[in-house]
Design a protein around this ligand. Structure first.
Ligand code: ADP
Length: 166
């Protein structure tokens, strides 16, 4: 029996998974995580390993950069996973899946994935956060293109890691 001072409602830790390739992490990704932090007890930035997609940066490098950006932020964890995102969420007991929306194309895509994920794992709630207008044209794809073309990407990656791209 719970004592009179104890709440009868059990508090469930709010854990969100933010999946992506983060090849590399951009100011757009970092902004979504920062804005999500007040909503959750823990945000797991999860790098999905996709054998079909060759990344430009190694997994170790991508993890290192994310850890640098969120150094000192106790709520943020960085992990990698293979296979279905819902399986990873279930394993981590995460009840929220976080994604960022830059455009209506992003929204249509995320809507389909969210419905599929909900079918597979009904307790998983997808939370979509809108990109800030000034960050909505930033993507890892564009950043990689600029790097390949030997351009400057300092403005598009978080300041904590910008020196690595000089
Ligand atoms: P994916 O390959 O799964 O799209 P990304 O690493 O490109 O992985 O992106 C991870 C998440 O971050 C996605 O939800 C994506 O929409 C979001 N995102 C990417 N860039 C931005 C941005 N500039 N602003 C807000 N959200 C973004």
């Amino acid at each position: 029996m719970p004592s009179k001072t104890q709440s009868p409602v059990q508090y469930r830790k709010k854990i969100a998974v933010f999946p992506g390739s983060f090849d590399p992490i951009t100011t757009g990704h970092a902004d979504i995580v920062k804005r999500a932090l007040p909503l959750f007890d823990e945000v797991i930035i999860a790098i999905g390993i996709n054998s079909q997609k060759q990344a430009l940066f190694s997994l170790e490098q991508r993890i290192k950069w994310i850890e640098l950006v969120f150094k000192g932020e106790k709520k943020v964890k960085v992990e990698s996973y293979e296979g279905l995102t819902v399986n990873f969420c279930e394993k981590k007991k995460a009840n929220y899946l976080l994604r960022g929306i830059r455009s209506s194309a992003d929204f249509e895509y995320e809507k389909t994935i969210a419905h599929l994920n909900h079918d597979m794992l009904p307790q998983l709630e997808t939370i979509l956060i809108l990109a800030q207008p000034e960050l909505s044209s930033i993507s890892s794809t564009i950043v990689r293109e600029i790097i390949r073309g030997k351009g400057k990407v300092g403005k598009f990656v978080p300041k904590e890691i910008a020196k690595d791209f000089k």
